[in-house]
Design a protein around this ligand. Structure first.
Ligand code: SAM
Length: 234
């Protein structure tokens, strides 16, 4: 399977195991991951955010119920919401989620904006779990003919050590723990030295989910910075 599919499959496997009820995909682009997640009946609220509203609008209607959903309802309840907005900005509607996914997003941000992202996601949204994927630059020599970054819009590509140092700093600052993994295997014998093609950090909040309300201080007051593009109740 393509690397793109492997990354999404990683999220789907996580959802199967952990059964989050509220999930938000940051940098959802054309909503392809959200469309796959909609088939998991534990999910009650599925949200997508992207800075590029035109990209989101392109295929968002595919998130609505399809005829078989009416003939054979598989959802207890499901609400889908899509927003245009930047992950560097807070929005109160994104607090209190069980899972935040950020798949191949952070490398499109400047390092200053990655700092804002960390604060918004881990310090303000305070989800139970976060999955972050980003290219592993140590894998790049295996791409023949690649000079520079994998994509012209990338602002950086991190080594495993660079990614891990960002992630561990986030954990210290905001009270999370992280496990490192990835998708896209190197050829036999090279896995150790280059790592995965896409590196992934899976973060869990240290305090249990019941402490959630205590964590949300008064600064939660009504920051609505995102624009709602689409919403539907099943
Ligand atoms: N996550 C998707 C996937 O796995 O297929 C798409 C990843 S795409 C490489 C990066 C996406 O991040 C783009 O759709 C882009 O518009 C979005 N993006 C870039 N900067 C953003 C920001 N500051 N806030 C929200 N989305 C942003």
């Amino acid at each position: 399977p393509s690397l793109h599919r492997q990354r999404h499959q990683f999220v789907i496997d996580f959802v199967r195991r952990n059964k989050p009820r509220k999930v938000v995909d940051l940098g959802c682009s054309e909503c392809s991951l959200l469309k796959k997640l909609k088939f998991h009946r534990e999910v009650e609220l599925l949200v997508g955010v992207d800075i590029n509203g035109a990209k989101v609008k392109k295929k968002m209607h595919g998130l609505g119920p399809i005829s078989t959903d009416y003939l054979q309802p598989t959802y207890d309840q499901l609400r889908v919401e899509l927003y245009q907005g930047s992950v560097t900005q807070k929005d109160v509607r994104l607090r209190g989620f069980d899972l935040v996914t950020s798949i191949e997003l952070i490398e499109h941000l400047t390092l200053a904006d990655v700092e804002c992202f960390s604060e918004v996601v881990f310090g303000y949204m305070i989800p139970v779990a976060v999955i972050v994927s980003t290219p592993n630059s140590e894998f790049n020599p295996l791409f023949t003919g690649l000079t520079g970054f994998r994509h012209s819009d990338h602002k950086f590509e991190w080594t495993r050590a660079e990614f891990q140092s960002w992630a561990l700093k986030v954990c210290l600052e905001y009270g999370y723990e992280v496990e490192f993994t990835g998708v896209g295997q190197a050829p036999p014998g090279q896995q150790e030295s280059v790592g995965f093609c896409s590196q992934i950090g899976v973060f869990h909040r240290r305090a249990g989910r019941d402490h959630c309300n205590m964590l949300f201080g008064d600064d939660a007051d009504d920051v609505f910075s995102y624009t709602l593009l689409y919403s539907i109740n099943y």
